[in-house]
Ligand binder design. Sequence first.
Ligand code: SF4
Ligand code: SF4
Length: 993
Amino acid sequence: MATVDLPSPRTRPAAPEEALARDLTARVDGEIRFDAGSRAAYAVDASNYRQVPIGVVVPRTIDAGVEALAVCREHDVPVLSRGGGTSLAGQCCNVAVVIDWSKYCTRLVSVDPDARTCVVEPGIKLDDLNAALPGRLIYGPKPATHVSCTLGGMIGNNSCGSTAQVFGKVADNVRRLEVLTYDGLRMWVGPTSEEEYAAIQAEGGRRAEIYRGLRAIASDHAALVAERFPDIPRRVSGYNLDDLVPGSAFDLARALVGSESTLVTVLHAELDLVTEAAETALVVLGFDDVVAAARCVPAILPHAPHFLESIDRVIVEFERAKGVHQRAMGALPEGHSWLMVQIRDDDADRVAERARALADELAGLEPAPRVLTVTDPAEQAELFGIRESALAVSARDPRTGQDNYEGWEDAALPTDRLADYLADWTALVEEYGFTQGTAIYGHFGHGCIHTRIPFDLNTPAGIAEYRSFMERSADLCVAYGGSLSGEHGDGQSRGELLERMYGPELVRAFESVKALFDPRNRMNPGKVVHPYRLDENLQVGADYAPEQPATAFTYPSDDGRFTRAAERCIGVGRCRRTDGDVMCPSYRVTGEEHHSTRGRARLLWEMLRGHADSPIRDGWRSTEVRDALDLCLACKGCLSDCPVNVDMATYKAEFLHHHYARRPWRRPRSHLSMGWLPALARFAAPVAPLVNRVTSSRLSGLLKRAGGIDPRRAIPTFATPRFSHWYRARGPQGSGERGEVLLWPDTFTEFLHPRAGADAVRVLEAAGFTVRLPGDVAQRSSTGGGRRELCCGLTWVTTGQLDVAARVLGRTLDALAPAVADGMPIVGLEPSCTAVFTDDAPNLLPGPRTDAVAAATTTLGRLLAERAPDWTPPDLTGREVIVQQHCHQHATGGYGAEAGLLQRAGAQVEVLDSGCCGLAGNFGFEQGHYEVSVACGEHVLLPRVRAASPDTAVVADGFSCRTQIDQLTPRRGDHLASLLAEGLPPEPLPWPM
Ligand code: SF4
Ligand code: SF4
């Protein structure tokens, strides 16, 4: 075999980037992004590494992607094909032109249900594919990132997931691939019979050359492949030469799976499909330690588990410290390490019988594990949630704040040697002093162990220790007959270590394969073969010294540092899901990386890095960061839905605060008109009819332009009288037997929709409470005070006017103190304002005064559930109700109490899984946001409201949600209080329904 001499991967492209960008723009049907913001957003994946790309191409069609590669070839620049960008070994960042297939090339091209196959484009997400497949057909391998990982990326990585236990890896579930080489050869590949091989050779040319070369390499190394390729189900490291050796099917599709964009670009894939049995049981086994758990695995495998997963003590401690999955963790059998075994079958009795047989057999082991068998699907999902959260929860130790890293991430061992390996490896972990924070979990049924380790990647000594640990772990893994990677590929984390696993000759063979496909080393260079060192291009590294700017928020969960907050994102891409929960509405409608939570977090992080190589160097003044944050709806979806609780609404407010500091004239006009809404409303209220006439007259266009409001939006009308004036004139009524509550008169209830406030008063009084307003309580208290205008400061928070917000909020906290001191609960009707008290205030103005207000603040539903559980709500028997849950409520406690209240009233409630309504306070009113705002609403909410029968009540507690419904459907949304009040004795109110 001739030795291979490849150009160094560090060679920078010769072509000037401007010319490259110009040619791509001229010839490629797609988005060509060479701007600083895009390059920053694509500089990292979910690994330890960071490399700023040359530029990004988002092709609109497969052919456009082919053309993009042709242009890159002409300019002799490296390329990297990318899907969801969730790779954990560094294979999805590079100094290359990144071709992002995930936005447009997402088609399910065809399905053949009889043959159980389909053809897809590379950018389709796994969950989207499975949702689009007919009947019960699914694609078998299911990585934990299934909501966002793309089929192209899965093929690049040879992905697996828990279901690989029965369905195998991606390589086992691919029939054919259409691929493109760097030099432009486009071909379908798959198993190759002798006749096909002969025909290809007869045709000659580049294809024949590749096939011939591969056959020669594989034949020359067949003996070594037999000797050095571990015979285990999760051998993911290296190129799949075993699919090319004599005696194999000479299957190029299988061979190219897992090549991590270093050999070819995948244009289409023909996939095998499977069905899953419907009935399941989960058997959870508790052990004293991880070694005991691993030792039990061979006894479980004959029971044909659908998956066999593991979690250890550290994962449970982390989740406990974070307060997640508490109920499920209470149900775990006693132990310090657990296995979760899913039994699946089409018959429920058979499932139960198989689960029982497994438990009986394990009871005879010495020592026997503690066993819990669960058949209820919801309980199974809750328990398995502990395992599913493992990657995200293990990224940072919630007890110490120490970061945990990938690196030694996914070794795979023969299952019968797993326990002995783990005994030695955990001793190694202890020797290096990593035991305290190291999390161990994984797919033990396949011998695959995931770990996150508290490496110190910030100092030269720590980085040297990281290298040493990686090398010794690799040697140990190889000694036990394992694979360095059993799931996430080699990339940069393990590329350098391949020689330890395969020996120099096989690694030279891999290099020969690379040279056959990509002789100029332009496909994702420096990954898998001719690799970068595992300790270079680190995201952090010894010279990592990010800025630590003074901030308005105090970031109590991030050591008081904004930079720590911006470092939270671990890149696993749940914010790129297209359905379910709230996060991230702007990504859902734009499909843009930099309009996802992850993209924004990365731009902020690049802004704070302060390195000379960072694409963003102008700090808080950065227009790239401002533009990426512009379409953030501040919905707080990420606060609850992101596994590491990235709180982009807060970061956006912080950024805007600094971005416009000392130059308020640069602020969008909407920051004045809507940011100062509470103040404007006070002036407008006394002359509300006149103001309403003007804002709905021909002058409205002018007013909207002046206020930065989109011309298609109607300006909400001011009500007469305002809520508190009505209430003070009316006075409290009812028995008041349950005591006093303080009703928070938020700006929207007070000035725009007082009917919701009045209905809440009536409901609270019917339930036995006496309603007080803040000024009244302050007035009667010894601290004095009075009927000052109060506001939580929400609109100043969302527009990043944080000095004003802090002043306004501080005044309000003072005014609420007497009521809180009296033990009065504070009932919020508007979820955004309630969330200011419970979530924003402790971050902006921490202290006992704030904590007391936050603890006292509740919602109408929660108050009634907790303080009036025996109250019989008005009868809504049989009434169908659909609910738009406000996204701030979703993020800060959920709608459970409210839904429960409606159910107690007899209503048939459906809380829509509709995400953010799209209006989101000022967002949907602002110029430039209308299309995104409407598209968010049209995702689920608005079509569901339009389709609802006229008798179905539409409940939306947020003023924004009601406005979006009012303005874009023929229906009206009501506050929960108004629906309940319908069943109370009528009371004449001064406002129309
Ligand atoms: S923002 Fe959260 S959900 Fe999105 S990639 Fe980062 S960690 Fe994952
Ligand atoms: S606050 Fe909402 S829109 Fe903004 S990043 Fe988070 S989920 Fe996305």
